[in-house]
Design a protein around this ligand. Sequence first.
Ligand SMILES: Cc1cc2nc3c(=O)[nH]c(=O)nc-3n(C[C@H](O)[C@H](O)[C@H](O)COP(=O)(O)OP(=O)(O)OC[C@H]3O[C@@H](n4cnc5c(N)ncnc54)[C@H](O)[C@@H]3O)c2cc1C
Length: 428
Amino acid sequence: MSHRLDVDVVVVGAGMAGLAAADALVCAGIDTMVIEARDRPGGRIRADNGLQVGGEFIGRPHVRSRALVSRLGLSLRPMPRSGPILWRTGGRTRAGRVPPVPMAEIPAAVRALARLRRDAMALDPARPWASPGAEQMDATSTAQHLQRIGGGLQATELLSALIAGFATTGVQDLSALHSTWWIGRAGGLAAALASGTGSQIPAGADALPTRFADAITAPIMYETAVTSVETHGALSRGGGYVRLITTTGSLRTKAAVLALPLPVLRRIPITPSLPGPLTAAMDDLTFGKATKISVLLESDRGCRVRAAVGGSPLGIVWRAGRVLSGITTEPGHEHHRLLDDLLGVFGVSDQAVRAWAVHDWSGDPLSGGSYITFAPGRLTRHGPALRRPHGRLAFAAAERSTWPNSIEGALESGRAAGRHVRDLLLPR
Ligand SMILES: Cc1cc2nc3c(=O)[nH]c(=O)nc-3n(C[C@H](O)[C@H](O)[C@H](O)COP(=O)(O)OP(=O)(O)OC[C@H]3O[C@@H](n4cnc5c(N)ncnc54)[C@H](O)[C@@H]3O)c2cc1C
């Protein structure tokens, strides 16, 4: 790489956010290059051994993801909803189609669910921090909030297990505003759960970034990590540039999109330093912990249930035909213990296993965790700054969007960053 200004924009990171930004820039006729540390696109969408160990479900409200699936010639297959669920809460294990809430607790559970829905639907889905009562709700943990709305012991435990499973963090560490936003953004609790387990891409979720990367005409430089970023001069004065130092050389460009997860971005020196609120958001926000296991069986004969909620080490488990998957948020598990738990849920022996794969996202230095989990107080404090660009630097990643835990959010934020840079370089 030379030190001349030889490309207008560099997008750092070829996850869905980076690819969406590059796509928007290329469509605007801007000379763009993508730099990616891994040897493949997709970041937190990942297949090992042909099994999906990262993001894979696309929900009904995920309109950008659905449109991209069809643009790339892929298809979606809804997850089957029939069959019982194994409820592993309250120190007991029961299989059933409906949550095991005792009759006496049902009125309180119904009232609590109605309250949860009312609170969720009252939030501004784009800017939850600007909603009335947001500060107070944000100051409360999801665990405290669930206690307060009083759904009864069993329902509270079930809701806690469900929310913790999807959020990949304990409900005591999750702001009530974040969990309520997640519910409201999808249009209710059932819709949020359904989007998180909506449809799969039969060709494999990893086909989405692979085909997207092929469809974008911008060159992608793999196995090249950006190690520091410098901005020089003001864009308004014509000159000036961004200098990106990478593991294979340095590069000058007019503007850059940093499409990197927060835990990764915070380790990359940026000079001059970013304004206080942007740095504070980077330093203060955390990602959930998730290790995902996926198993391909010879046959799904004998699998008694379709999913499990609660339990340990896997807090959430599901089956799509012959593929069993589960996520643990507990650190440091032997992979064989995860496999035993997964097979135990479905009542199959290890003789039935054809292939399996595990990925620990918290131990992955290029991700730093699963996805954002706003701890109490953090969403109102840092939410607005996350969406803000800074001069010739734009930022993209799922956590900077209105779908902060989804592929949909990565696409939304990537496009917004692409538009920002386009407007900088091609003022109307
Ligand atoms: C276990 C798990 C399950 C999930 N399930 C779902 C699901 O079912 N449905 C759903 O919608 N979402 C799901 N998600 C979330 C979804 O995968 C993410 O929100 C989305 O993929 C994030 O995309 P991104 O582009 O923001 O970030 P990333 O995908 O993390 O992309 C960032 C890219 O930057 C690269 N990079 C990092 N450092 C550097 C550097 N220094 N220089 C250059 N490149 C660098 C990385 O290698 C990566 O490719 C799941 C996530 C996990 C972890």
